[in-house]
Design a protein around this ligand. Structure first.
Ligand code: ADP
Length: 267
């Protein structure tokens, strides 16, 4: 069965604001077909970066949101039963290896380790994927590349990548963009004026300072973009910040009060 490669191409240039040379580094890794791990907190631009790089390189991208119920068959493929009998259906990893796409496994740490190991033979010199049930060894298309995202904040004894998996990847470390860049991002993404975007970023920075002091993760760029969208749709700024920046990240009333106290200074 032929696969429609075009459906995985990014047609329009995604807006991506570079932070520190990551575009060139990724291009070099792609040229050498090295697997890349993108590390960083949630909502800091990892997925947007992969989308942008796929567009820039003109390659299709197959994205998989990983979760703990995901099995190796969900990635590789399985036989399905239909009216005509059984037929093989490629999983997303197999599709990417066949058509020469960038396969982006988002939040790979969520997947169980016995699932993650199926990517191993694709990450070394073999660049092959054994489809055991089908009795086929798929040799990856020359354009295929494996990219994973990984949030070190989620790390725990139960959920972490094995060293044998980590050591198959090069890694780019992402952080929330610095204030001027983040202000530009919030403004470009939503059309909100620069002064209001700056205020949202200031609240974001305040939230990030509470990381480790009652907050597991700071306020992400994604949430700042949400707040700006709400304001653009007529929501009063404090209300928008409550809804997008504070309520999603904590149930702790002290921390909520602490963050809300910033409103009087900022607005
Ligand atoms: P992650 O994959 O790290 O969880 P995303 O890539 O989905 O986060 O980013 C969340 C949102 O933040 C994006 O949809 C975009 O609006 C914005 N964003 C974050 N960083 C950037 C950036 N460098 N350039 C453009 N937009 C960004």
């Amino acid at each position: 069965m032929s696969i429609d490669r075009d459906q995985y191409l990014i047609q329009d240039e995604p807006f991506y604001r570079e932070s520190g040379g990551e575009v060139k580094l990724f291009e070099a890794a792609y040229a050498a077909r090295l697997p890349v791990m993108i590390k960083g907190p949630t909502g800091c631009g990892k997925s947007r970066f992969v989308e942008y790089m796929a567009w820039k390189l003109g390659k299709p991208v197959v994205t998989v949101a990983c979760n703990e119920d995901m099995t190796a068959a969900d990635l590789v493929g399985r036989y399905l039963l239909d009216a005509q009998g059984t037929r093989w259906q490629d999983g997303p990893l197999t599709i990417a290896a066949r058509i020469g796409a960038i396969c982006y496994l988002d939040e790979v740490v969520e997947a169980r380790q016995d699932t993650t190991v199926v990517i191993h033979p694709l990450t070394d010199y073999r660049r092959a994927l054994p489809l055991d049930k089908k009795g086929e060894v798929l040799h990856a298309h020359e354009d295929f590349q494996l990219v994973i995202s990984y949030n070190p904040g989620y790390q725990s004894l139960m959920k972490d990548l094995k060293q044998s998996t980590k050591q198959r990847f090069t890694a780019l470390e992402f952080e929330y963009p610095e204030s001027d860049t983040e202000t530009e991002i919030v403004s470009r993404e939503t059309g909100i004026d620069g002064a209001m975007a700056r205020k949202l970023v200031d609240i974001g920075c305040r939230g990030r300072n509470l990381k480790g002091h009652g907050l597991d993760e700071g306020i992400s760029t994604r949430l700042l973009v949400y707040a700006a969208h709400l304001i653009q749709h007529g929501v009063e700024p404090r209300q928008a910040c409550r809804m997008a920046l504070i309520q999603p990240i904590t149930d702790d009333t002290d921390i909520r009060d602490n963050l809300e106290s910033a409103f009087d200074l900022i607005f």
